[in-house]
Write a protein that binds this ligand. Structure first.
Ligand code: ADP
Ligand code: MG
Length: 619
């Protein structure tokens, strides 16, 4: 008996729809791209119920001819590709001719369109591929497509749609990508009759970034513009201090199309190496223009992945320009550091520096004061110790190197202390080097502890204890003055959606004005952390999780981040008592030899190993 059947047209469309249309946000993306391809100057997106009830896009583009309306909803129907040559150099956003056919197969659709020179508009309704006749309608120039009840005949697909707020977050992201790369077009986004964004056409990208992102992301962007070997790049990059805990705030556009490319992501990260913590991601907006035939967009249906003919050229060019820009600002930092030394720390008066820079300088000041009070002789009287002011760049390096060579022993906290309770007779020597590592004697050798990694591990275990094992919220403290934070609408939504997580962490946060929130209480554990940047990073983690939701994993990544922020930083001088306390806590913590990120917290050396090493040098 024959078992093979040719699928009917509806089935084929529905299967194709599965590839292109994953969720309401995919519909928004496809329809916005069509409007842009149609030359629209103003586009209005109306959403109801996260797109589950309605997605409507209205544009003032070229419109569709009466006889083309039914054809537009046929699979593989496109006005954008005519010959093979067109396919090798794609200039339009769409070209596969499958979006409208897919959308028409999974929802109730109504299209109304009027060409620029037509006296009448025409409308058609399509209900899961069932088409009505094309009828005259009244409308101004351009096209409106309304998509209702997405996946209503496919309950298995509809079940996978998430809460309206989550779907709206995805829609907002698609809207943001398209709005960022088409500044010359006006965009409006309305959700449940409330206007989320109204963007006027502009030639100022930064102002659009400011409207779409929060203030912190958009502040202090450095701009770069270059053209080399047919590749034109305009970039707006964030200061290292503004780096984030995920790469959500990296937007790359290639000839106006949002792309994600591993070579570009790598180049951006590489350019910031040494300037940001390894687990942080820089903020960067890259607009690349290059010949259409030097890459292939026809790799994936969503066209986010592309293939460059010469990816290493793209990589090296991006790496080069960002590195150069960062190097130019790094020099400023060094010279202000020198001023700081000269003025002996009178820095609060400078009103032009940012808050994070102020905090950084204060830390340097504290560390220096600490250093001077601990050191038995003032640095300047030590013959060998001198700064070379003419090479400002090397001053820092010289300094730390010299400190370890020349300082009197008393600086190192070499007093004997008892750290291991299980060996009460043994007197151990314990010392801190480079304000970052603690060295102590063990029964059969010595160990080096990374102070930040160990403390991070200890806090992580304590958090696990409280939040996971005992299910208790973190202890928190009411703030004297609530701390206001600038947020995007998507971030505000994420706070609404994650109220429980905020409660668990002891963060009391409430909406405060249209684009900001105020923090009323904050965990005591994080008393030294910057509240705004903690909340921003927390939101990055939470918003990332909407893609792969796993409550347990999420809580662990939040605990990771919290532990990292609350832990003693590398570079912080510790008193003897603090070091002893840290090493005592180490005993209490299981598996304490690794920090939450899997890096070791302690490295042990045995006398045996040392002897081997020294014997070898003897030969
Ligand atoms: P593609 O964009 O890949 O060509 P689509 O299925 O998205 O395929 O659209 C099919 C065709 O319908 C397009 O090629 C275009 O001619 C027409 N079209 C779709 N949306 C619009 C619009 N908003 N304005 C004008 N024409 C449109
Ligand atoms: Mg299209």
């Amino acid at each position: 008996m024959s078992k093979i059947k040719v699928l009917d047209k509806n089935m084929i469309n529905m299967i194709a729809a599965g590839e292109v249309i994953e969720r309401p946000a995919s519909v928004v993306k496809e329809m916005l791209e069509n409007s842009i391809d149609a030359g629209a100057k103003n586009i209005i997106v109306k959403i109801e119920d996260g797109g589950k009830r309605l997605i409507s896009v209205t544009d003032d583009g070229c419109g569709i001819a009466k006889e083309d309306i039914p054809v537009a909803f046929e699979p593989h129907a496109t006005s954008k590709i005519k010959t093979i040559d067109d396919l090798t150099a794609i200039k339009s956003m769409g070209f596969r001719g499958e979006a409208l056919a897919s959308i028409g197969s999974i929802a109730k659709v109504r299209i109304v369109s009027r060409e620029k020179d037509a006296i009448e508009a025409y409308a058609q309704e399509i209900d899961c591929s069932e088409k009505s006749a094309v009828m005259p309608a009244s409308s101004s120039y351009g096209t409106t497509i309304e998509v209702r009840d997405i996946f209503y005949k496919l309950p298995a697909r509809r079940k996978f749609l998430r809460a309206s707020s989550t779907e709206m977050t995805h829609i907002t992201e698609q809207f943001t990508r398209i709005a960022l790369s088409n500044c010359n077009i006006g965009f409006t986004l309305i959700h449940n009759d409330r206007q989320k964004y109204r963007l006027h056409p502009t030639d100022n990208v930064v102002s659009r970034i400011k409207t779409l992102m929060n203030e912190q992301i958009a502040s202090d962007l450095l701009s770069i513009e270059t053209k080399e070997k047919d590749i034109k790049i305009k970039a707006y990059i964030g200061m290292p201090a503004n780096a984030r805990s995920n790469n959500k705030y990296q937007y790359t556009f290639l000839n106006g199309r949002f792309i994600r490319d591993k070579f570009i992501i790598h180049a951006i990260k590489e350019a910031y190496r040494g300037l940001i913590e390894p687990n942080k991601h820089p903020v960067a907006f890259l607009f690349i223009e290059m010949p259409y035939d030097s890459y292939d967009v026809n790799v994936h249906p969503s066209k986010i992945e592309i293939r460059f003919d010469n990816s290493s050229l793209v990589h090296s060019q991006i790496l080069g320009i960002i590195k150069e820009k960062l190097r130019s600002i790094e020099l400023d930092v060094v010279s202000s550091f020198d001023n700081l030394t000269a003025q002996n720390g009178n820095i609060a008066a400078d009103a032009t520096i940012s808050r994070s820079e102020y905090i950084r300088r204060e830390r340097i000041k504290d560390a220096m004061e600490n250093f001077f009070t601990k050191s038995s002789k003032p640095i300047s009287t030590q013959g060998k110790f001198s700064f070379n002011h003419s090479t400002a760049n090397n001053a820092g390096a010289n300094r730390s190197q010299r400190i370890s060579e020349d300082l009197p022993k008393s600086y190192y906290n070499t007093d004997s202390v008892d750290i291991a309770q299980n060996q009460p007779d043994k007197k151990n020597t314990i010392l801190q080097i480079h304000n970052s590592y603690i060295i102590y004697q063990t029964p059969d050798g010595f160990a080096i502890v990374d102070q930040h990694a160990l403390h991070e591990r200890i806090i992580y275990e304590k958090l696990c204890d409280r939040l996971v094992r005992n299910q208790k919220p973190l202890e928190s403290q009411k703030l004297l003055i609530p701390e206001p934070i600038d947020l995007t609408t998507a971030q505000q939504q994420a706070i609404e959606d994650n109220k429980e997580t905020f409660n668990k962490l002891g963060i009391d946060i409430e909406q405060f004005g249209p684009k900001s929130c105020a923090v009323h209480s904050f965990p005591t554990l994080l008393k030294d952390a910057n509240i705004s940047s903690f909340v921003q990073d927390l939101l990055d983690v939470l918003m990332d999780s909407t893609i792969t939701p796993d409550a347990e994993k999420l809580l662990h990544s939040i605990m990771d981040m919290t532990a990292c922020k609350a832990a003693i930083k590398a570079g912080k001088p510790l008193s003897n008592e603090e070091m002893v306390q840290l090493l005592r806590d180490k005993e209490l913590v299981d598996r304490a030899s690794r920090c939450p990120h899997g890096r070791p917290t302690t490295i042990k050396f045995t006398i045996e190993e040392l002897e081997k090493k020294f014997k070898r040098t003897g030969f």
